[in-house]
Design a protein around this ligand. Structure first.
Ligand code: ADP
Ligand code: MG
Length: 395
């Protein structure tokens, strides 16, 4: 199955429905506080415009739940898009109005229009056939440049893609290539690092990864449940006793497949008086709360990475928001960044908190790929079929 890309159609004079992710955070005055999502899609939009496409951008902002709501209007982003694209952008206040069709027909080769928040319409999230039909009428070709929304079977993601020739945008193609190099077709040995608070939220992820990887490092609060499954005392640390069975299952699968499981060899705890302390694994006390990997584990990280060609990472190793429990995650971020920069490692990372941790470590530019796609990234790592991707492949 091969991905249909923007090289496979001629945009010239075509009405192109392009689904983008420009879901930027807005300040109290309605002005975006971070326009990096707009900057990221800009090269694709410029390319389509320069190749003579007539662009109709479809996008959402926030969660207006199927009702028009001025707080979530995309109107204010027109001027931002105009600045970034250096091209006028026509706003379409109602995608279902006769004026929308007129505005689209008035677009000349290279022109750009932005439709109002697609989630103002109840038919978007329900993928309603008559809504899909109305949207599809506005364009001749469809481009999906919103990987982060592609785990949703919505009208602007799936419905239109089934009605019009559908292609992956440049960013979409890049994201998929990166994910494939991180998991589907990696250079081995492949190490997956999974951290975060709970096993329960990452169980599907762990079960899928264990089928693909050579080594699996488990960190964060979820490591506690694994330590418990291995028979260690974890004091009063966060843990899910109901998940011990699931953890044992994963340990067993790892053994059958010859996958090396890496758990912390020492830990940082907050003791019962609130004091941060280093503990060997065998000396965790009743009142201790494990909040990070320990210094010995930290020191082992570079050596572990030396044995790997690819690293795929989701989830911090500890309570990185709070010093001194950030150190494990920071050490990992720096070590992964360093080996990637030295061309010794392919590294892919994602997840809301993981991206924040990489930023905190000053390493967000230094990995092979950092996905900001949140839920879509996690579902992809779980091995799920993302409904929005299906129409983008040659069948
Ligand atoms: P991501 O958003 O990257 O997918 P998660 O949301 O799964 O990551 O996990 C991140 C959260 O896990 C962070 O808030 C972090 O503080 C928390 N966490 C990590 N280790 C621990 C721990 N040992 N105890 C409590 N919370 C932890
Ligand atoms: Mg999170």
């Amino acid at each position: 199955m091969s991905l249909k890309t923007m090289d496979q159609f001629d945009p010239y004079d075509k009405k192109i429905l392009c689904r983008v992710d420009i879901n930027v955070p807005l300040g109290p005055d309605g002005v975006p506080t971070d326009i990096s999502r707009i900057q990221r899609v800009a090269p694709t939009l410029k390319e389509l415009s320069q190749r003579g496409g007539r662009l109709i951008l479809l996008a959402h902002l926030g969660r207006p739940d199927g009702h028009p709501n001025p707080d979530y209007s995309l109107r204010g982003l027109c001027s931002v898009l105009e600045d970034v694209l250096r091209h006028p952008v026509t706003f379409i206040p109602d995608l279902l109005s006769p004026e929308a069709e007129e505005a689209v027909n008035d677009l000349q080769a290279g022109d750009v229009a932005l439709g109002e928040n697609i989630r103002f319409y109840p038919g978007e999230e329900s993928n309603d056939p008559s809504f899909v039909e109305a949207l599809a009428r506005l364009g001749e070709v469809y481009v999906n440049e919103a990987f982060s929304a592609s785990h949703r079977a919505h009208a602007s993601i799936v419905g239109i893609a089934q009605k019009r020739p559908a292609f992956a945008g440049r960013l979409m193609a890049q994201e998929l290539e990166a994910l494939e190099s991180g998991l589907t077709h990696p250079e081995h040995p492949l190490l997956a690092i999974v951290g975060g608070a709970k096993v329960s939220t990452k169980l599907a992820l762990l079960s899928h990864l264990i089928e693909k990887v050579d080594q699996l490092m488990v960190g964060g609060g979820m490591a506690n449940t694994f330590l418990l499954a291995r028979g260690f005392s974890i004091g009063s640390s966060l843990c899910e006793p109901s998940m011990v069975g699931a953890a044992q299952e994963i340990l067993k699968k790892a053994q059958e497949r010859g996958v090396l499981i890496l758990l912390p060899t020492d830990v940082m705890v907050r003791d019962q008086r609130g004091v941060p302390r280093v503990r060997p694994l065998t000396e965790v006390e009743d009142g201790d709360n494990i909040l990070d990997v320990g210094p010995h584990t930290r020191q082992e990280i570079p050596r572990i990475l030396e044995g790997c060609r690819t690293v795929t990472w989701n989830g911090p190793l500890g309570l990185f928001e709070e010093a001194p429990f950030h150190e494990g995650t920071m050490a990992l971020a720096r070590a992964v960044a360093e080996r990637t920069q030295a061309d010794l490692l392919v590294s892919v990372a994602g997840g809301g908190d993981t991206v924040a941790a990489l930023h905190q470590a000053g390493c967000d530019e230094d990995l092979t790929y950092v996905s900001t796609a949140g839920g879509a990234f996690l579902e992809w790592l779980e091995g799920q079929t993302l409904p929005g991707l299906v129409p983008l492949y040659e069948s």
